[in-house]
Design a protein around this ligand. Sequence first.
Ligand SMILES: Cc1cc2nc3c(=O)[nH]c(=O)nc-3n(C[C@H](O)[C@H](O)[C@H](O)COP(=O)(O)OP(=O)(O)OC[C@H]3O[C@@H](n4cnc5c(N)ncnc54)[C@H](O)[C@@H]3O)c2cc1C
Length: 336
Amino acid sequence: MCGLLARVAHKHASLGITPDQYQVVHDYLMWAIAEVLGDAVTPEVAAAWDEVYWLMAYTLIHVERGLYSARGVRPQTVWRRWEVEQKIRETDDVVTFVVKRVDDRLVKSSLPGQYVTVQVPLPDGTRQPRQYSLSRADDGECRQFTVKRVHGAGKPDGQVSTLLHTQVDVGDVLTMSVPFGAVVLDDAAGRPMVFASAGIGSTSMAGMLSHLAKAGSHLPIVLLHADHDEDSFALCSQILADIAALPGSRIHLWYGRGGNSRLPVTGVLPGEMDISQVSLPDDATYHLCGPIPFMHEVRNALIKDGIPPQDIQYEAFGPDLWQADYECSPTFRRHR
Ligand SMILES: Cc1cc2nc3c(=O)[nH]c(=O)nc-3n(C[C@H](O)[C@H](O)[C@H](O)COP(=O)(O)OP(=O)(O)OC[C@H]3O[C@@H](n4cnc5c(N)ncnc54)[C@H](O)[C@@H]3O)c2cc1C
């Protein structure tokens, strides 16, 4: 199955999607197709759309059944309640939540790179789910995730991130899914690893580094991270502690606004990440996380340097528009 469908299946499983919901989506999708395309939707065209939809839907239903089964849950039981034990301010816009189990079921280990869906009730009575990467390896009792508050800047503020920042505190109870996520670290091959992140993409990297440090990994690790400045670098203390605990690992930072570093790192580069400024290990695997244009640029630079595309994984913090909107678009050039 292609990477895109695997990502969709994991996201669906983290939302507790059931097979019968595919019929609901089908009906609205077919209605929308007819509405938009009008007379162009002949019975033959409608039948073709119908067939393609169900081919995809049955593939997803099958994969999602396997995902639920592997975790010993049903769509209705992916949810569990957690009490907020700590709310840690990382930067002006980023907080970390450490949540503790409130039932007597042990916290099963997540895979490095996975996320949970957090479901919050909104004032209008609806429940909104959002995914958050686990930003630290689980310890059997707690899970940790880290949230950037989304400011609307002329548009509405982000609903869930704002609510988590302003209304959820220590002692509150959150509803969270069991962890899912198709983009996970595979250190079995024993190859060096390069992590490249920007902004809030540090959450996913922090989670993976934490797993490696906990496992006592000796693999060569290079972390590349770009941020506005040191004050906006979320999870930097945890990341540096894990880098220090991993023999043979190193970190390179780029600050868009320039400035010096108070952190014990050798050299911070000004401007946007430019991988040609640092030496990278041979035969490494690569993990990218950050805004899609950032990942696109880094991936292009790596491919230009001869890195095989299959050695470059990425996690997108939103609908996976990479291939649809960027790879296939002749108009895409530069971003920030
Ligand atoms: C796998 C995965 C992992 C993730 N991990 C993390 C993580 O570790 N940390 C993290 O902070 N985030 C993470 N995210 C992103 C997170 O899930 C949310 O998308 C993010 O918190 C924003 O949610 P929100 O409810 O605050 O914003 P939303 O309310 O969903 O708004 C999103 C955007 O839409 C705009 N918008 C809303 N309404 C309108 C409108 N009417 N017109 C125009 N624009 C509008 C808002 O201004 C905002 O820019 C992850 C996402 C995925 C898919």
